[in-house]
Design a protein around this ligand. Sequence first.
Ligand code: ADP
Ligand code: MG
Length: 245
Amino acid sequence: MLQVEGLAKSFGGFKAVAEARLHVPKGQVAAVIGPNGAGKSTLFNLITGHLKPDAGRIVFKGKDITALAPHQVSRLGVSRSFQLLNVFPRLTVFENVQVAVLARLRQSGKMFTPARKLVVTETTEVLDKLGLTAYADRLCTSLSYGDQKVVEIAISLGSSPELLLLDEPTAGMSPEETRTIVQLIKNLSGSEGLTILLTEHDMDLVFDVAQRIMVLHQGMTIAEGRPEDVKKDKAVQNAYLGETG
Ligand code: ADP
Ligand code: MG
């Protein structure tokens, strides 16, 4: 579904991403791991068109999306959440998701009167899927950080993506909130058949949830493949597992 080859991005001479490659098969959960500063968020910004690469190629469903703008990438079916919380604090949970559904319908030209009903149906569906129905009328700010993060994922799903990118979805979460997110990711990929690419620095979580792993070290892909193979990789053991114990 997604293929990244030879991707590079420098910020004033500093190579944040260099020679990154990645392969995300349809229907799988794939993870990019690496310590802080490895280039994970930059890689995501390149994939979603928020940054332009200096070199390399990004192919989504057989189409070269390397030079596309964020709204074009989104329209093709790629949605993302950010590392920092990104919800409208003064809107309710329902309204937050509704905005995303509306944006997609407007793009697809379905914004005539019956669309109103369609928006409510689709928004309700997304809230149901993520277990947020009971919170529908609450202001986002009144929820716990973990629940707000789930709302953010609901917003990402509002655009009906085929590929969902989650940038450190469990950052700053308690162990219990982390378990909720992990279960959610498994459900979305399992029963919903969504393809998911996430970044994470917690090794254990990644090996629990991902069927494919890419290890980023100082902007470079040092290993990519099935978890059991990545775990055995000498370069990974030296560069990453060694550092974190
Ligand atoms: P990660 O998400 O893996 O923690 P980032 O992609 O955020 O890593 O950052 C990789 C490196 O690139 C870091 O050293 C960071 O300081 C640098 N960097 C990221 N974005 C910018 C930017 N817009 N300008 C300059 N340096 C940046
Ligand atoms: Mg990051």
